[in-house]
Design a protein. Structure first.
Length: 411
């Protein structure tokens, strides 16, 4: 009875997805399309509902009335190209050229895995390997963009799961949560599959260029409200976090780097020139980063011995590390492999977790850098004096999530 009640609730939400009219046609009025309905009706996916609520929340915050209808993604792209609608959601970046539509910053993040029958079970591996994905999905477009030779599509994820189970395809590319949910819904034995991490996938909204030209401030307002409305905060799994901690620990253990790091930090603390007004310097630093200029303090820190050593540690990461910086016990920067957004880190969660809450380490959520189109996970640890075991600084290592977590997996 409980399961039937859940189905009834989701069916009501699916029905409401077909059309959301605003009370009146206002000046701030946007017409949107989504293909979430078909996925929702097939997999009873509450994740889609949260994505939908995120979009509604943002539009409400920026005082835009809206109409949202459901239709297939191919039709949504055509309607956007013809300027018959103002945009659609949610899909991967680069689905449409920038000359036709502009994208928002990510609304949500998916964790994509490549699934296969466990070793010894998959007889189809003897021929050319094939990869299955839902027709027209983000995964399907990604496979095409990366020139996979044998792509087998299916109308929905349940069909993909069944094809993989029946050994009609070698692999299946899908979001981790959605795949296992469909394994459950199709009553497929979960123990038959193994999985390999492929990438984190950002999901964005598309807005037609004509709409953006008529409303030049809309996209900035929309993007600035994403964080306050986001329903899903994706965090690294325990296995992922431990893998990154192992990378960090391995680099620090190599060639006595941990002791050398502490020695250089102690020397930096003793030799650094006091900053007259650190709060004002932090403001100048932030403005300089926004304007893509440099401050004198920024250049001094970039050129010191500690920053040189951090750049050496970055190289040892073999592209897995995107940034490393060290702050003192008050949260002010001592060294960095590249300029950070702020000089003072003392108001950030990593600093508070370790210095105020006495945690052993801080592991961030998975953050998307729109400028580089990359995902980053930050791990912050205390650096202690080898002799006294007193905390003398904190070190934050930012990992390129895709490179650091992707398994060596050939197709």
């Amino acid at each position: 009875m409980k399961f039937l009640a859940i189905i009834a609730t989701l069916q009501t939400l699916v029905t409401s997805l077909v059309f959301w009219p605003s009370v009146s046609i206002a000046e701030n009025y946007i017409k949107l399309r989504t293909d979430l309905e078909s996925e929702l009706s097939q997999s009873l996916d509450s994740t889609n509902i949260r994505h939908l609520k995120t979009v509604q929340c943002i539009l409400k915050h920026i005082n835009w009335e809206y109409e949202i209808r459901s239709s297939p993604v191919k039709r949504n792209r055509i309607l956007t190209r013809k300027n018959e609608i103002d945009g659609f959601f949610l899909h991967s970046p680069r689905l449409m050229p920038d000359t036709i539509a502009k994208t928002s910053q990510p609304i949500a993040i998916e964790r994509w895995f490549m699934f296969q029958r466990k070793s010894g079970d998959n007889s189809s591996a003897a021929g050319d390997p094939s990869v299955s994905a839902v027709l027209g999905s983000n995964e399907h477009h990604w496979l095409e963009q990366h020139n996979y030779k044998k792509i087998i599509t299916a109308p929905n994820l349940s069909s993909v799961v069944k094809m993989l189970h029946r050994e009609r395809v070698t692999y299946a590319l899908a979001d981790q949560k959605r795949f296992w949910r469909n394994v459950f819904l199709t009553e497929t034995p979960a123990g038959k599959f193994s999985a390999y991490f492929v990438r984190y996938a950002p999901l964005v909204m598309y807005f037609s260029n004509e709409f953006i030209e008529k409303n030049p401030d809309f996209l900035n307002h929309f993007n600035s409200n994403i964080d306050s409305c986001t329903q899903d905060r994706l965090k690294p799994t325990k296995e992922e976090a431990q893998h990154l901690l192992n990378i960090q620990e391995g680099i620090l253990r190599k060639d006595g780097n941990q002791i050398n790091l502490a020695t250089i930090i102690k020397a930096q603390l003793e030799d650094r020139t006091p900053v007259a007004n650190q709060k004002e310097e932090d403001k100048r630093w932030t403005v300089a980063q926004q304007q893509k200029t440099r401050t004198k303090l920024m250049e001094q820190i970039e050129d010191n011995a500690l920053s040189d050593f951090l750049r050496r540690l970055t190289r040892l990461g073999n592209s897995k590390i995107s940034e490393i910086f060290v702050m003192d016990t008050d949260g002010y920067l001592l060294g960095m492999n590249r300029a950070t957004s702020d000089y003072w880190q003392g108001d950030e969660a990593p600093y508070r977790s370790i210095m105020e809450n006495r945690q052993r380490q801080h592991i961030s959520e998975i953050d998307f850098d729109a400028s580089t189109q990359k995902f980053q996970i930050q791990i912050t640890i205390p650096i202690k004096d080898p002799e006294t075991q007193r905390i003398i600084a904190l070190m934050t290592t930012g990992f390129d999530a895709d490179i650091a977590l992707t398994s060596a997996f050939d197709f």
